[in-house]
Design a protein around this ligand. Structure first.
Ligand SMILES: NC(=O)c1ccc[n+]([C@@H]2O[C@H](COP(=O)([O-])OP(=O)(O)OC[C@H]3O[C@@H](n4cnc5c(N)ncnc54)[C@H](OP(=O)(O)O)[C@@H]3O)[C@@H](O)[C@H]2O)c1
Ligand SMILES: *[C@@H]1O[C@H](CO)[C@@H](O)[C@H](O)[C@H]1NC(C)=O
Ligand SMILES: *[C@@H]1O[C@H](CO)[C@@H](O)[C@H](O)[C@H]1NC(C)=O
Ligand SMILES: *[C@@H]1O[C@H](CO)[C@@H](O)[C@H](O)[C@H]1NC(C)=O
Ligand SMILES: *[C@@H]1O[C@H](CO)[C@@H](O)[C@H](O)[C@H]1NC(C)=O
Length: 310
């Protein structure tokens, strides 16, 4: 009896020890979310016509969950919501332990149908977070304006279909439109953030207005724009810490933004990301990445819209 108890206690202590220490953020409405999310867009993105389930993605999500990613990011135009739903079921992790985000884009002109369809694809009764994928639409292009979409999302929030509502790819002027009419606070703005898109003005604005910033494509300097000005700094800082450039980028991002989304098809990369919270960069290393990064403005996503949309 005593020995069994001792073994169980030891196991419990060991489990605590090996489980990744992913921080949690708490939104203004009290809802909590794991700070790091596993993405199912970008290279996982499917064609709408592809009705087959991508088992490679299902297995990757299950691996991610088992390694410690309890926050999964998808969108109604990634066509990966069904894979997320299957992975949740097969993971056997209780639904309420997971934080599931999806985004409104394909169904912008009919947000009610949008969330209803997403929930059906995900096999869920509610999502944890529902975001407007971008501000680049209006009455002419989609028959609806940002304010009208927000009001419908507020009613979905009040019906408990989503625990948090927010936005993505919103500029300061777009967020102001929401704040002017909001009865439910926009908790999150999900944006491309890395050394080549630092958006310091948005960082200050978000802090002032208690909006959490969620960084996507944190690895851009080693994935999308490899020969940019932070290259050498990254190499040296990673060597000094005996770690990888990916971990340096993640640690830099995590110290600046409240939340981060990354993705991988490889278990060792997933582990690297989850362990990145153990890495602390010095002030001078952070400053060096800031200043080298700000020598180049490079965006991988929504380039034309950020350039041309009024
Ligand atoms: N709201 C929006 O408009 C928007 C736009 C873009 C993305 N997102 C979301 O953000 C998610 C992530 O975006 P992203 O894919 O651009 O992010 P990312 O994490 O910067 O890049 C992922 C790429 O990095 C590689 N990688 C991952 N870990 C690595 C490591 N330790 N070392 C070297 N390479 C590594 C992955 O390939 P391997 O398989 O080889 O690891 C993958 O090709 C998307 O899936 C989506 O959910 C949202
Ligand atoms: C699943 O997704 C991966 C990553 O995009 C891709 O390489 C693979 O071909 C896909 N599998 C199927 C069966 O479509
Ligand atoms: C909507 O956006 C398009 C593209 O930017 C623009 O041409 C059009 O004038 C806008 N319409 C309204 C009603 O704002
Ligand atoms: C939503 O959930 C809250 C808290 O559990 C509950 O008080 C409220 O009645 C629910 N609203 C609806 C419309 O189900
Ligand atoms: C980074 O810069 C070094 C030195 O300037 C160069 O040799 C290397 O090829 C670059 N690496 C990448 C991935 O661009």
């Amino acid at each position: 009896m005593d020995r069994t108890f001792a073994i169980l206690l030891l196991l419990a202590v060991l489990t605590c020890f090996v489980a990744p220490k992913v921080p949690t953020v708490t939104f203004t409405n009290g809802v909590k979310a794991p700070a790091i999310a596993f993405g199912t867009g970008t290279f996982w993105h499917k064609k709408e016509s592809d009705k087959n389930i991508n088992r490679t993605l299902v297995e990757a999500i299950k691996t991610a969950i088992h390694e410690g990613y309890y926050h999964i990011d998808t969108g109604d135009d990634y066509f990966t919501e069904k894979e997320v739903g299957i992975a949740i079921k097969e993971s056997e992790v209780p639904r309420e332990k997971l934080f599931i985000t999806t985004k409104l884009d394909k169904f912008l002109s009919d947000p009610r149908k949008g969330l209803e369809t997403s929930l059906k694809n995900l096999q869920l009764d509610y999502v944890d977070m529902y975001l407007i994928h971008s501000p680049f639409f209006n009455k002419t292009t989609h028959g609806i304006e940002i304010e009208q979409v927000w009001k419908i999302m507020e009613s979905q929030y009040n019906q408990n279909l989503t625990r948090v509502i927010g936005v993505s790819n919103f500029r300061i002027k777009d967020i102001i439109r929401v704040l002017k009419i909001a009865k439910v606070h926009p908790e999150v703005n999900q944006l491309e953030f890395h050394p080549y898109v630092q958006s310091t003005d948005l960082q200050a604005f978000a802090k002032e207005n208690k909006i959490f910033l969620q960084a996507y494509s944190p690895l851009a300097p080693i994935v999308y724009k490899k020969d940019g000005p932070v290259n050498e700094s990254l190499q040296r800082i990673a060597e000094n810490h005996k770690t990888t450039q990916a971990q340096v980028l993640l640690a830099w991002t995590e110290a600046k933004y409240n939340m981060v989304i990354t993705t991988s098809g490889k278990k060792h990369h997933m582990k690297e990301a989850l362990d990145s919270y153990d890495l602390r960069l010095s002030k001078s290393e952070t400053n060096e990445i800031d200043s080298e990064g700000s020598k180049l403005l490079y965006r991988e996503f929504w380039k034309d819209q950020f350039k041309n949309w009024p």
